[in-house]
Design a protein around this ligand. Structure first.
Ligand code: ZN
Length: 413
């Protein structure tokens, strides 16, 4: 295979950020009748570009394949709907949007965000690649075009509907293989004096928190404010402000404008850039320590599981989120070490985790089996989950997290 090239600047990618070996696509849960069949594994070898510093995973999996049938409906998550409502209120106030304004959202999903724009009497349009999800949006009164955003489709939408005062693209930039064409699409959509708002998981938080389970095949780019600026600059967009959010383990929300009409960047922009630089993320050498941190996390978890196995202690997993599969596969975990996982999502019950083939049961199974240790997979919700699982202590069980470092939670829950 030829050396992969940077999706931002086309330089050859010769530097490794972290190599997690081979892993199956993280959302490919298996049915019982698939367990004896072959399973596709793809590399999770993350590179950092020596020229532009974009941290990235080559597109081992085709985006069309993943997102055209994407089954995730954002409205199923209460916290996301609330997050979206807060964003709309903030944007309307910040940009003085009114009945004469036009808002476009890219990767608009089932209209969970734009419903709040429509509700305020503001004209809105969603752009969503998954036809079945777009249908759900239209059903709730959110006009939606079925398309992937690029320069061509962006120009087409603007020719038909006019330029937008606000273009929102939340949690999608990291998931597009052709990031430059996508940025050009954003520029095509936005009015010359309009604003583009983007949310991205922040690489700096990923590194600080050892959040390596947020690395998976559909997550192509791992962005800093610096690299986001560089991506947007290729399309003539300038970041004028940035906010730090707690979502997805630590995210950035950037506000950008067409460069020729852009306001002067705020002090927050300088502050986040300074923090990234201090964390080493503005130099190639500064990216070199992460692989070592990941190895430590794996060694600690594997050592813990081996010790449990030797001493006859049982371990089960709480939560079967897609991202947990990166961690379990990287650590080579099998059912002799983690017997089963429980999850509240009924669609996963009776299925098996990809690669590891760990079975998924309803949460009640915990009480029936009374394991010695419960490994909490969604570490970002550890306090909330620890509270829900307080009764595990009644049978002498203990709660464990693997990230940011292995920790047996003391009886604080
Ligand atoms: Zn590059």
């Amino acid at each position: 295979m030829p050396t992969p090239r940077c999706r931002l600047c086309s330089a050859e990618l010769t530097h490794t950020f972290v190599d997690l070996g081979m892993s199956p696509p993280c959302e490919s849960y298996l049915r019982a009748d698939q367990l004896d069949s072959a399973e596709a594994f793809y590399p999770l070898h993350v590179r950092v570009c020596g020229e532009c510093l974009l941290v990235q995973l080559p597109a081992y999996l085709d985006a069309d394949e993943i997102f055209s049938h994407y089954a995730y409906f954002s409205s199923y998550s209460d916290s996301w709907v609330q997050h979206a409502e807060d964003f709309v209120a903030k944007a309307v106030h910040r940009l003085s949007l009114d009945e004469g304004s036009f808002v476009v959202e890219v990767a608009s999903n089932d209209g969970y965000l734009l419903q709040h724009v429509v509700g305020r009497g503001i004209r809105a349009l969603g752009i969503e690649p998954a036809a079945n999800v777009a249908e759900a949006a239209v059903a709730r009164g959110v006009p939606t075009e079925v398309a992937f955003l690029g320069e061509e489709s962006g120009a087409k939408v603007t020719a038909q509907h006019g330029p937008a005062d606000l273009v929102a693209a939340n949690n999608v930039l990291a998931h597009v293989p052709d990031i430059v064409d996508f940025a050009k699409g954003l520029r095509r959509l936005v009015a010359d004096r309009g604003t583009v708002s983007i949310e991205i998981p922040h690489l700096m938080r990923l590194v600080e928190g050892n959040e390596y389970d947020t690395i998976y095949h559909e997550h192509y780019s791992y962005l800093t404010l610096l690299t986001t600026q560089r991506v947007l600059a290729t399309a003539g967009l300038t970041v004028v402000d940035v906010e730090e959010l707690s979502t997805h383990g630590g995210s950035l929300r950037t506000w950008s404008m067409p460069t020729e009409h852009a306001d002067r960047p705020s002090e927050s922009v300088a502050a986040v850039l300074a923090a990234e630089s201090a964390a080493g993320l503005h130099s190639l050498e500064g990216h070199s320590g992460f692989a070592g941190s990941v190895a430590r996390v794996r060694n600690d978890l594997v050592e813990f599981l081996i010790e449990c196995s030797r001493s006859g202690k049982s371990v089960v997993a709480y939560g079967a989120p897609g991202k947990g599969n990166t961690l379990l596969n990287h650590c080579g975990v099998r059912t002799d070490q983690v017997r089963f996982a429980v999850d509240r999502n009924p669609f996963k019950h009776g299925k098996f985790l990809p690669g590891t083939h760990i079975p998924i049961h309803p949460p009640e199974r915990l009480d029936a089996e009374r394991p010695d240790y419960v490994l909490i997979m969604p570490w970002n919700l550890r306090d909330e989950i620890a509270e829900q699982l307080a009764h595990v202590r009644d049978w002498g069980g203990q709660l464990v997290v693997a990230l940011p470092r292995l920790e047996v939670l003391q009886n604080t829950f």
